[in-house]
Design a protein around this ligand. Sequence first.
Ligand code: SF4
Length: 330
Amino acid sequence: MNPFSYTRATDPQQATQATATNASAKFLAGGTNLIDLMKMGVERPTQLVDVNRLSLAQIEELPNGCGVRIGALARNSDVAQHPLIVQRYPVLSQALLAGASPQLRNLATTGGNLLQRTRCYYFYDPAFPQCNKRNPGSGCGALNGFNRIHAILGQSEQCIATNPSDMNVALAALDAVVQVQSAKGTRSIPIADFHRLPGDTPNVDTNLQADELITAVDLPAIPFATRSHYLKVRDRASYAFALVSVAVALDVQNGRINAARVALGGVAHKAWRAQKAEAALVGKTAGEKAFRAAAETELAAAKGYKHNSFKIELAKRAMVRALSTVAQMT
Ligand code: SF4
């Protein structure tokens, strides 16, 4: 392991001051991903700024019925079990409970979950020379290697990795907004703009600047989000990342779809908001015919590789099943 210094921040200004003056400093919250990556030699920060003592763990209603704010340090298990989330955004509660193990959920934070890095095998093992994400310009080992867990949408010739987070898929469907702070001030980043597709710079996962601290995630008020669901398809029943997942919320009146939110996980470098499917669903009669047509529309541009082409049909079927589940809710 590389040597690094450790600082415990007592307020956000102090935390962001540290990262503003050291480009290779990292914030430490739950550490459930960062510490693993440091042990493997993939992440090599020269300074860890421990933000666990900051007062950023509240889950509370926003004023004027505008939604709910989740503090960046709210633990995944606390968010999943909070009455405001369970009652108003069940898709988020279900997504969080589908992730990792109870022990990891007790430690992992909302901000850290947003910043989870891909589980691509080649990225995790520095013994593999080819990985544009870990070592820009070195090539992509997965492209012609073992690529069963890799992307089918939005990928590039530089990287076909997927975002591993379940939470991010629900946040994409809910149009969450990420609140951040730096020494320069604060800003809000819509979740659709937070994570990046790989393009020519797959080493850059997000549009967050190195000195910016995530302080909260805001969920807008979406009355029909009470009718929502998260479906995760994986190799084993627990403690496994999604091969494909689907977050769905539907507004159905008298059998007609007024509004739809659909996002896919396990298929792209970021949670994939299925906007083509959403547009195809609005105005249709809720039922398998409309759901299958929407899934076909969304996956029309999908491209599989040697080991992951099965994901294309799997994603379609998962979408139909998740949409059917929500449509049957009363
Ligand atoms: Fe690296 Fe991305 Fe290729 Fe995986 S898919 S080896 S993370 S460049």
